[in-house]
Design a protein around this ligand. Structure first.
Ligand code: OMP
Length: 288
């Protein structure tokens, strides 16, 4: 049986990264995508797409990232569908980052963390996306789940959407940008389970460079390395071959997310597309 440390998200992620698996396949069952797959725009369609993505990602991509919004729109049936997608992922050993972008005052945030990260919870994932707009300390309700149960967090720092800049580039009283402070807080988090990769990482969109966000990270990156979830590849315009230029030394622990660009062509050929995108980003980052 895997030890607690071996089973931790951070260490399972490190194994995938060492095997040059950097692709995070998004599970975003948009209505037009379900249509392209010949699936109904309902919970059963979202479930079918999710389970097929999990099967295609197993052993090929680093992780999958279900976007809760596309399941939540179907209410209780959508949540039940997502539970079955998550169960498939657990059974197949596929790492899951639940893209839920939760944030609230500490006690309420703790309940969100319990929902998504407690072992045995129906919605259990390996990691979740979070917002620290209420302060990094408001996330502390998840820290025991991270340190004791090997779960992971990805804190929004510099997101891929252009509207974000006014907030994320704002300077705090200490002169740092908000984005930089999120990166610093994530880097400062330590879990005794972490060996090569930190349990707490950040979301940095691939549509801009670190310099655009005033982010300065001392390289080589601190050990354990900061995991970076980087949406913006594919549909939003970033290209695998540009990954090193965008993320520099952070590339070792980079998770390049692609959703629509992989899903848009329908179910036929999905496994081949996942493999091709995974190889492309793996090769691009290995040049660093
Ligand atoms: O946290 C995220 O995943 C996220 C952050 C961000 O800055 N930009 C961003 O696009 N995302 C998510 O990443 C996915 C991108 O999907 P595609 O543009 O189709 O590849 C969506 O699920 C977004 O909600």
């Amino acid at each position: 049986m895997a030890s607690r440390a071996e089973g931790a998200f951070s260490n399972r992620l490190a194994v995938a990264l060492a095997a040059r698996r950097h692709l995070c396949v998004g599970i975003d069952p948009h209505a037009p995508l379900l249509d392209a797959w010949g699936l109904p725009d309902d919970a059963s369609g979202a479930e079918r797409m999710g389970r097929e993505v999990v099967a295609a990602a197993a052993g090929v991509a680093a992780c999958v990232k279900p976007q809760i919004a596309f399941f939540e729109r179907f209410g209780a049936a959508g949540f039940a569908a997502l539970e079955r997608v998550l169960a498939d992922a657990r059974a197949a050993g596929v790492l899951v980052i639940a893209d839920v972008k939760r944030g609230d005052i500490g006690s309420s945030f703790a309940a969100y963390a319990a929902a998504w990260l407690t072992p045995g919870s129906p919605l259990e994932a390996d990691a979740m996306t979070v917002t620290a707009y209420q302060g990094f300390g408001s996330l502390s309700g998840a820290f025991d789940l991270v340190r004791d149960h090997g779960k992971g967090l990805f804190v929004l720092a510099a997101t891929s959407n252009p509207e974000a800049r006014a907030v994320q580039l704002a300077r705090r009283e200490d002169g740092r940008t908000v984005a930089q402070a999120m990166v610093d807080d994530a880097l400062a988090f330590a879990s005794p389970l972490d060996r090569h990769v930190n349990s707490v990482g950040v979301v940095l969109g691939a549509t801009l460079t670190l310099a655009d966000f005033g982010i300065d990270i001392e390289l080589p990156p601190a050990k354990p390395a900061l995991p970076v979830l980087a949406p913006g590849f594919g549909h939003q315009g970033a290209r695998a071959e540009d990954a090193l230029g965008i993320f520099g030394g952070l590339g070792w622990a980079l998770l390049a997310n692609e959703s629509r660009s992989i899903l848009a062509e329908g179910a036929p050929g999905l496994a081949g597309r996942v493999r091709a995108r995974s190889e492309a980003i793996g090769e691009a980052l290995s040049r660093g």
